[in-house]
Ligand binder design. Structure first.
Ligand code: WTA
Length: 689
């Protein structure tokens, strides 16, 4: 195990012994639980593990295929092919299939904008028919720009319906998309556009965030300027008008969304995609400074996100009649993530739409115009499933109970959590204050790489324990093992491993086979089972975890140099290279530190060049510099200037020691015998920036 051993968390986790059995469906306000007992869960799980071919064939048959597969799985570790020989289109399954089966007028997307004018926000309802028309037109628009099957389209937009439309349009014509979170900087665009060799960017003039306009198009222009003289120059930028803010315009490169779609037909057919054709690239942080483009393909991702959405959130489509209105029992699903993260890909768009339950998109901040905005939305749209992150829950707790209490939240049926371990206190608050003690909580553990939920309760079956993501989903063989892949006894911690392939697993890191194998398929030396060309037969997610005496999983956190800030992954190296790129900085080390709201905050230890004064102004300048280089989420919470960093005699930065210092632990009960210069530690403890 690396020096970030999660063993410290084991004690506290084992002290949590509350168990909450599932509620009656009537208590939660739902007509039924699709999986309604632990026996039903166990039976289906066992079937899925013993006969994956049979199991996944049945699930896949619930969706539309142009041609059926001839083999469910071909597994040559670390390469999986699912539904071999099958052709399908995920956009067809999200949209056209609903229209063809007579549900064209049902609501597909409910959207609420951030600005509130005269007490009313802007609201849009898009039916499956509307979506079919809008997606077709934009698909036609992309084709008119020369985008062909296999060309990567970059999407950098705010949370508007057109973001989902752009993704679906790409899927419709077989052009993989690479969505970049709108909070990232122009530099993030440059890196990702180059890596993906993407020639077209889709953006908005601006995005509303907390009453202000985020200048998305300006950021794209900056990126384009930087790329202009390189072989990766961007050819076309399509801009959706949203905020009507001033933007620069290049007649060679720029096109308005509305001009392009005006010339397109209402129906553009779906490409027949091979099950293993790439659906999207999504960049995520790793242990090095360079984000990796996670590759997801079509068939397996479609089947798995469809199934996890259905069972984890208990989605029941035919409650949605009559069309275009939410009847008293009609479900409305709301995932509060941005489409720029995998949670938005899988649980706003691709897993949700095939289940024919309306998916709600909200454009803006949770505290605009007031701290009750989310509860206002839940009440207005009668949201039934609400899926958010622990960091948001902790912020709501801080803002005060009066905000949720001022609203009728009785429509809620299921509450979800994702992105980081949820502390039991936040879990209990979520259950009592938001769910009124009536709604099950599904704490879903998964990753960009896994595509969909891996460890999760099923709301009508799994007795919940606050802070545990409980048990594996169907088809998932998860275990706690040591570095030799040996399963650890119940009640102990170790490394989380996934021992069998699953349909929505990543298929690689774009353009970097070696990094794919090194990162995910090299950790466990499983005796006698190592496949040729792949050191480990088990997938290594990078998390430390524990299973308790009931076999429940408790995630303890990352065991690599990745930190989870507000539920978003950041590589400490990325932040370090951003700091070092500032002219005053010679060396920087970044570690995570406990943070009330964010879960993990960012602490930076910085050594300045000679003649540089360690002032507060410089501290602020460095924080802004990191925000410019990466994005606001990467701003260090704490910057400590130091004449030197604590290093071992062989020159390695002692990160574990820095973590203790950042956490404010005065008694350093760490082994410092290899430390080069102990006075460094004493000075570091004194400077609290
Ligand atoms: C962490 C987000 C504990 C974990 C979907 C994982 C969690 C990383 C949970 C992936 C959870 C996610 N409990 N930890 N329920 N969900 N994580 O790729 O460390 O942005 O490896 O995917 O978040 O983050 P990513």
């Amino acid at each position: 195990m690396t020096d970030q051993s999660p063993s410290a968390g084991i004690e506290s986790v084992l002290k949590e012994n509350r168990v909450f059995p599932p509620q009656d469906p009537a208590t939660a306000g739902t007509p039924e639980w699709l999986i309604s007992s632990m026996d039903a869960y166990r039976e289906q799980h066992q079937y899925s593990i013993q006969d994956p071919d049979g199991y996944w064939s049945e699930v896949a048959s619930e969706l539309h295929w142009f041609t059926p597969w001839n083999k469910v799985l071909e597994w040559n570790a670390p390469d999986a092919k699912w539904f071999v020989g099958g052709t399908t289109n995920i956009c067809y399954n999200c949209v056209d299939r609903q229209v063809d089966s007579g549900h064209g007028d049902d609501t597909a997307i409910i959207w609420e904008g951030e600005p509130v004018v005269a007490g009313e926000p802007e609201i849009r309802h898009l039916s499956y028919l509307d979506l079919q028309r809008e997606v077709s037109r934009f698909a036609g628009a992309l084709r008119s720009l020369g985008v062909r099957k296999g060309d990567v389209v970059t999407i950098y937009m705010g949370m508007v319906p057109e973001l989902a439309i752009a993704c679906l349009a790409c899927a419709r014509i077989g052009a993989p998309h690479s969505v970049i979170f709108g909070g990232f900087s122009s530099k993030a665009i440059v890196d990702r556009v180059c890596d993906a060799k993407s020639k077209v960017i889709v953006t908005c003039d601006g995005a509303w965030r907390r009453g202000k306009v985020v200048p998305l198009k300006d950021n794209v222009d900056e990126a384009c300027a930087e790329l202009a003289t390189t072989p990766d120059a961007v050819e076309t930028v399509v801009t959706l008008k949203r905020c009507a803010n001033d933007i620069a315009w290049s007649s060679d490169r720029d096109r308005w969304w509305h001009d392009l779609v005006a010339e397109q037909p209402d129906e553009v057919p779906c490409e027949h995609m091979d099950a293993e054709d790439m659906l999207f690239l999504l960049y995520t942080s790793g242990s090095t400074g360079k984000p990796k483009g996670i590759v997801h393909t079509t068939g397996g991702y479609m089947v798995y996100t469809y199934l996890t959405s259905k069972y984890v959130f208990n989605l029941i489509p035919d409650l949605n009649k009559p069309a275009r209105s939410q009847g008293p029992n009609g479900q409305v699903f709301w995932c509060t993530a941005d489409v720029g993260w995998v949670t938005g890909h899988s649980y706003i768009i691709y897993g949700l739409l095939p289940n024919r339950v309306p998916t709600l998109m909200y454009e803006g901040a949770p505290n605009f115009p007031q701290e009750d905005r989310f509860w206002d939305i839940v009440e207005r749209h009668k949201v039934t499933q609400f899926y958010t992150a622990p960091t948001a829950i902790r912020a709501f707790m801080k803002w005060g109970d009066e905000h949720p209490k001022a609203h009728d939240l009785s429509s809620l049926q299921v509450l979800g959590s994702v992105g980081e371990p949820i502390n039991p206190e936040a879990w209990m608050w979520y259950r009592d204050t938001i769910g009124g003690g009536r709604c099950p909580i599904v704490d879903t553990w998964w990753q960009t790489e896994t595509g969909g939920h891996m460890l999760t309760p099923l709301p009508g079956a799994t007795p919940a324990k606050p802070g545990s993501c409980t048990l594996p989903f169907f088809g998932i063989d998860a275990a706690i093992v040591d570095e030799l892949g040996v399963e650890q006894p119940l009640g102990t911690g170790g490394l989380l491993a996934i021992r069998k392939p699953w349909p929505s697993m990543l298929r690689g890191i774009h353009g970097d086979r070696e990094r794919y194998i090194d990162t995910y398929w090299s950790k466990f030396e499983v005796d006698g089972q190592t496949p040729a060309g792949c050191p480990s037969p088990y997938y290594f997610p990078g998390d430390g975890a524990l299973h308790d005496n009931d076999g429940y999983f408790w995630i303890l956190g990352r065991v690599d140099d990745v930190i989870n800030v507000s539920g978003h992954r950041l590589g400490t190296m990325e932040v370090e290279s951003a700091l070092v790129s500032h002219p005053t900085v010679v060396e920087a080390a970044v570690v995570g530190m406990p943070h009330d709201i964010k879960g993990t905050g960012i602490a930076a230890f910085v050594t300045l060049g000679s003649n540089q004064e360690p002032t507060d102004e410089l501290r602020q300048a460095l924080r802004s510099h990191v925000a410019d280089e990466i994005g606001a989420i990467a701003k260090p919470d704490q910057i400590r200037f130091t004449a030197a960093l604590p290093k071992t005699r062989s020159g390695k930065i002692m990160r574990r020691l820095l973590r203790s210092i950042a956490a404010g632990e005065t008694e350093l009960n760490q082994d410092t015998t290899t430390l080069e210069d102990y006075t460094v530690v004493a000075t570091l403890q004194k400077d609290e920036g």
